[in-house]
Design a protein around this ligand. Structure first.
Ligand code: FES
Ligand code: FES
Length: 169
């Protein structure tokens, strides 16, 4: 009898519940998203935790999806770049990346944006560009668009916190 293991998980991706049967228990979250679910906005750069191109949010926290096993995601809420915009309306982080030229070739951009959303959720970035650079240092940009990225994060953070204040008022 050959060894066979099939594992079923249920997860929520961009607000939609999904049941997924995993034939290979070693498949990464990144490969599950890109190859099985065709959510190719999340990029594969290094596939070993060193570039941040594959960043997604799991239960609101940013992770490198190339290092996460899909099998460990049972019950998780996943947000990818495809889930950020609200219909035609861009998420503030997407809008500020455009406004501040936060990208050139765009390859790192989905990961940068997801990392920025996670960072803003963490609420510890403050308004110091150096600190933002440091807290985003897991996201490599080979085009060197760092200045625009940092400006975009700062402005998005301000927009989001103003929104929060307005909602609380
Ligand atoms: S592809 Fe995951 S960190 Fe590079
Ligand atoms: S925009 Fe090209 S790698 Fe960042």
């Amino acid at each position: 009898m050959g060894y066979h293991m099939s594992l079923s998980i249920r997860l929520t991706i961009n607000g939609q519940p999904r049941d997924v049967a995993l034939d290979d228990p070693r498949v990464t979250l990144l490969d599950l998203l890109r190859e099985r679910l065709h959510l190719t906005g999340t990029k594969k750069g290094c596939d070993r935790g060193q570039c941040g191109a594959c960043t997604v949010l799991v239960d609101g926290r940013r992770i490198n999806s190339c290092l996460a096993l899909a099998a460990s995601m049972d019950g998780a809420q996943i947000t990818t770049i495809e889930g950020l915009a609200d219909g035609e309306t861009l998420h503030p982080v997407q809008a500020t990346f455009i406004a501040h030229d936060g990208f050139q070739c765009g390859y790192c951009t989905p990961g940068q944006i997801m990392s920025a959303v996670g960072l803003i959720n963490e609420g510890r970035a403050g308004d110091d560009p150096e600190r933002i650079r440091e807290l985003m240092s897991g996201n490599i940009c080979r085009c060197g668009a760092y200045q625009g990225i940092t400006e975009a994060v700062l402005e998005a953070q301000k927009i989001l916190s103003d929104d929060e204040k307005r909602d609380a008022a």
